[in-house]
Design a protein around this ligand. Structure first.
Ligand code: TXA
Ligand code: MG
Length: 327
């Protein structure tokens, strides 16, 4: 199907209350009409996502925020002006018209305007905002290609709009304006440095908060089936001598580093390129029947913050077990 036709078809499904996977510049989303609670319920069922975890509402025009949020603080306006369309989500006090199922009963709503042309066209043709989480089963890595979606949810959804691989590769940055001071809830495609250059200091939620303010900030998330460990020294590796180990490397390793299963996120050590490759690389390692994936840390600046956040969450469980001598 040609792109234009596919978009019209997908929009028709959304209007009729169906569920469609669609590309954004960050990751693929699983979308439904944000004003149709039954359609949104199907999104939760398909993902097996707990109802306490709210969804992001996607719009195609910054002016639509006024219809969804009670008020837009000036700092939120500044971020919207600077970063939309793009990988930034703002959390604002919600307007009554948004169904509770979308926001998990919270008084706030998360809103974002994606920049992928197919996402924008889909929202416009659907004539409604689209509520969408990432298009993966709950707790697994987000999909960055249509193929990833097909493999895991293909038989359960009405349509997959294929827009090629996602250019950013990690989810949007979430900034909440529900309290007096803006707060970073999730590092993502827009760096903290960029955000602070526009609105000054932003409070940062700890990545491993035990009682998350955003339910989806659960510490163990994005988890592949294969255990991932961060930063393992050669010494530690000796206990894995006869096991199959894969390596998720930030940059090109030394010639002497000869291992069978290696994924290099960015040969030249570019954080943007690394983010774009992250989830696909972990998926390939996860499909290689390994006993363990060892991840090399990346510098925690710019997009590196989002990358390390995702790797830490994916590895949370195994690192705890390791520290407690259970591995
Ligand atoms: O890049 C993205 O943000 C992608 C694409 C599809 O737009 N979407 C995405 O959605 O990552 P999801 O559902 O996988 O992650 C959304 C996060 C969750 O952690 C959720 O808890 C949080 O946003 N969230 C949603 N509404 C919220 C609210 N009202 N207050 C605080 N956190 C909220
Ligand atoms: Mg997700």
């Amino acid at each position: 199907m040609k792109d234009g036709k596919a978009i019209l078809h997908a929009a028709e499904i959304i209007r009729r209350g169906g569920v469609v996977a669609f590309p954004t510049e960050t990751v693929y989303g699983l979308g439904a009409n944000a004003f149709n609670p039954l359609a949104v319920a199907r999104v939760f069922e398909t993902k097996r996502r707990p109802y306490f975890d709210p969804l992001i509402v996607h719009v195609a025009n910054p002016a639509d925020v006024e219809k969804l949020a009670k008020q837009i603080p000036s700092n939120a306006k500044k971020l919207i002006e600077r970063f939309w369309p793009g990988p930034l989500t703002v959390v604002l006090l919600k307007e009554e018209n948004i169904p509770d199922i979308v926001t998990a009963g919270l008084p706030t709503v998360a809103i974002r305007m994606p920049s992928h042309p197919m996402a924008l066209a889909l929202i416009k043709k659907s004539k409604c905002p689209i509520a969408a989480p990432s298009a993966n089963p709950f707790g697994y890595l987000s999909p960055t290609t249509a193929e990833h979606v097909r493999e895991q949810l293909g038989d359960q959804i009405d349509f997959i709009l294929d827009g090629g691989p996602c250019l950013v590769g990690v989810e949007s940055t979430i900034v909440s304006f529900s309290t007096r001071k803006p707060r970073l809830l999730r590092p993502g495609g827009v760096s903290l440095e960029e955000i602070q250059s526009i609105i000054g200091k932003v409070e940062v939620s700890s990545a491993m908060e035990s009682r998350p303010s955003a339910p989806g900030m659960l510490a163990r998330h994005y988890a592949p089936r294969t255990p991932i460990m961060l930063d393992l020294g050669e010494k530690d590796l000796s206990s894995y001598k006869n096991r199959k180990i894969g390596f998720l490397l930030f940059r090109e390793p030394k010639k002497s580093f000869k291992k069978e299963h290696i994924e290099v996120l960015s040969k030249k050590g570019d954080l943007r390129e690394a983010a774009a490759n992250l989830f696909s690389a972990i998926r390939r390692l996860d499909a290689s029947h390994l006993d363990l994936i060892v991840a090399e840390p990346v510098p925690e600046v710019g997009l590196g913050r989002a990358i390390m956040d995702r790797i830490r969450r994916a590895s949370k469980h195994i690192n705890e077990d390791y520290a407690n001598g259970r591995v």
